[in-house]
Design a protein around this ligand. Structure first.
Ligand code: GLN
Length: 202
């Protein structure tokens, strides 16, 4: 793949979580990847990935690093964001079963319940139909995964496990309850980068 002047500049929020897996996948797909911990680093990217990890920890560190408010402002200004698992929780307008002090960044018009699959099925892998990505099912890895319980009017459901919504898209925001970055599934990241190229005109 050619990485030219038009390679989209994509940041991975690098406060906690599986930052490296996202960075590696984005780099392999031709993005110019950087790690984001500060407002200045955020200002230098066209788009942001919120990794999986622990959403309450990422929230707390984002406040400490004073990058929470700038992230919210960029989301409201239309910056494309891909959130996986904890990242989906952070993108939701409302968190159910969050820690008492926990706040999301918001932007996605959904309610998301943390750890919704229960402790007996903490982690599992499944083949998931995602029609928007083509016929071949996605190998999806769920790790203490959330579920989308309310979907706003402008939100498109991309995938569900039984009747539980696990992938959604609203404009430039893509939220996934599982971890395509750990199972080597590139199609969500490709879709995201196409969106970034459209929005940033690259
Ligand atoms: N349960 C975690 C949280 O609440 C998310 C787990 C994950 O990102 N794999 O943030």
């Amino acid at each position: 793949m050619t990485v030219g002047a038009s390679a989209p500049r994509v940041g991975v929020l690098a406060l906690q979580g599986d930052v490296r897996e996202h960075a590696a996948m984005l780099g392999a797909l031709g993005a110019e990847v950087s790690l984001v911990r500060t407002p200045a680093q955020l200002a230098a990217v066209d788009a942001l990935v919120l990794p999986g990890g622990e959403s309450s920890v990422i929230d707390r560190l984002a406040r400490q690093f004073e990058v929470r408010e700038p992230i919210i402002a960029r989301i409201q200004a239309g910056m494309p964001v891909l959130g996986t698992c904890a990242g989906l929780i952070l993108l939701a307008d409302r968190i159910l079963d969050g820690l008492p002090t926990q706040l999301p960044f918001g932007g996605l018009d959904v309610d998301v319940r943390r750890n919704a699959f229960g402790s007996q099925v903490d982690s599992f892998e499944t083949a998931l139909e995602v029609p928007a990505l083509g016929e071949e099912p996605v190998r999806a890895t769920f790790i203490r995964a959330p579920v989308v319980e309310r979907v706003g009017a402008g939100v498109e459901v991309l995938a569900a496990v039984d009747d539980r919504v696990v992938a959604v898209e609203q404009g430039a925001l893509l939220g996934i309850a599982f971890h395509p970055e750990v199972s080597g599934e590139q199609r969500f990241h490709r879709r995201f980068l196409e969106r970034v190229r459209r929005v940033s005109g690259g």
